[in-house]
Design a protein around this ligand. Structure first.
Ligand code: 5AD
Ligand code: SF4
Length: 419
């Protein structure tokens, strides 16, 4: 989401100003730090990073702080770091050129503004397009700061989405990544008039775009994975067979305290349904350990789901209390040492699973879409199920889907040769 927001800011600056991108900090006239606030650590890092930039930046260069930390700290950023010239919230990135010349401007409203998706064109990778389909989140997971920083959920009308993707396909993209905090809740509330369209129908519309070969999306919510959606996911050949199903916890009582809206049984049932309809699908997840009140038995439930589903990718975190969230006020916070031990155990188990999953890939055949040139005479790409592939080769493979055989495996990536 933030990578796409950065692209939006670059697009706006390219259209209305005369900035160019540089890899060299000391050459920059404008430095924008695009921030996350979902956990505490990146917030602390922001202020140390501003200090580093102050030392290294050229005289007179501006520093702006954008994204979710900008939304939730607002003016406090300028109070704590007066060298910051402007603060631009996650929902306001398209206003970058408006705040640029106003000293100490703070633009952090979460109200809806049509311009937030009427973006100029900039894509860091011409072979794949990221396209926002909804903005904000209407859920109220008790651990999560996102609804406070990104505001209410608004879906972008489907014709605009189809238009954006068609444009990207015209300039070389064969793959699209649909973006939203809760993509499969699409259609709940539209930004402007639109006849009804849910996520499954949106996927059907998008898959009609000629020249588009692959559709990915992130993040879906397990609660909204109804049968119709899973059947479309499994049967539509353009939809990549990789799905993120964020578990958060395997314990039904913790899920209740998190206000996730589903139980352990529902989660397992959805994963079984995915695997029965589409056995080769790779399932990834997010897990939080040490949520307030998590007992040993609750944690065992999380371990149990991990062992049953055998997620290919797992993003795991220690619970981090966040401002503007209900759970930060719960009295039964968990001791940090216990949370650390649980995280270590969870990650160790996942590493074992991942080793087995990746070792089993030896000699298998995949359709890989190559989209990146590496420095050492190699190219990188992804299979439909999201595995990272490297292969000897150069430009001639870029933007192409190639049938490859796996000749070497490791936990993070596979080495392939064309068939
Ligand atoms: N503490 C730890 N992890 C969190 N996440 C969101 N909020 C918190 C928090 N307060 C994790 C969730 C979410 C992912 C993006 O970040 O697992 O799915
Ligand atoms: Fe946060 Fe829950 Fe919304 Fe995801 S669905 S962004 S975890 S509030």
């Amino acid at each position: 989401m933030n990578v796409r927001d950065s692209e939006h800011m670059i697009a706006e600056l390219n259209t209305k100003e005369s900035y160019e991108l540089t890899q060299n900090l000391s050459e920059a006239d404008l430095i924008i730090i695009n921030t996350c606030s979902v956990r505490e650590k990146p917030v602390a890092k922001l202020f140390s990073e501003i200090g580093v930039f102050n030392k290294q930046k050229k005289k007179g260069a501006k520093i702006g702080v954008a994204g979710c930390t900008a939304s939730h700290l607002g003016e406090e950023i300028i109070k704590r770091a007066p060298t910051v010239d402007f603060v631009l919230g996650a929902r306001n990135v398209s206003k970058i050129t408006e705040v640029l010349d106003k000293k100490h401007a703070v633009e952090v409203s979460t109200g809806f503004d049509e311009s937030t998706y009427a973006f100029g064109e900039y894509r860091s990778n011409p072979f794949k397009a990221m396209v926002n389909i909804s903005i904000g989140c209407d859920k109220s997971c008790t651990f999560c700061i996102v609804p406070a920083t990104r505001g209410e959920e608004i879906s972008i009308p489907s014709e605009l989405i189809v238009q954006e993707i068609t444009k990207a396909v015209g300039t070389g993209a064969k793959e699209v990544m649909l973006l939203g905090q809760n993509v499969n809740n699409y259609g709940r509330r539209f930004s402007s008039s639109e006849e009804s369209c849910n996520f499954t129908q949106l996927l059907q519309k998008i898959s009609k775009i000629e020249g588009l070969e692959r559709i990915r999306f992130t993040s879906p919510h397990p609660l909204h994975m109804d049968d119709a959606f899973l059947e479309e996911f499994a049967s539509n050949p353009k939809i990549c067979k990789q799905i993120h199903v964020p578990l958060q916890s395997g314990s039904s009582s913790i899920l209740k305290a998190m206000k996730r809206g589903y139980s352990k049984e529902w989660f397992l049932n959805r994963c079984e349904k995915i695997r029965s309809l589409s056995p080769d699908t790779a399932i990834s997840t997010d897990i939080i350990v040490g949520f307030p009140g998590e007992s040993d038995a609750d944690f065992e439930d999380t371990m149990d789901v991990l062992e049953r589903v055998r997620f290919e990718q797992m993003f795991s975190f220690k619970y981090s209390p966040r401002p503007h969230t209900e759970a930060a006020r719960f009295s039964n916070q968990i001791d940090d040492t216990i949370a650390s031990e649980r995280l270590t155990r969870l990650q160790k188990k996942h590493t074992e699973i991942l080793n087995e999953v990746m070792d089993a890939q030896m000699n298998t055949i995949h359709q890989v879409y190559f989209d990146e040139l590496k420095s050492n005479g190699r190219v990188a790409g992804r299979s439909s199920d999201g595995k990272l592939f490297f292969m000897r080769g150069s430009e001639e493979f870029l933007g192409k889907i190639v049938e490859v055989r796996v000749i070497q495996t490791s936990r993070g990536a596979l080495e392939g040769v064309p068939l």
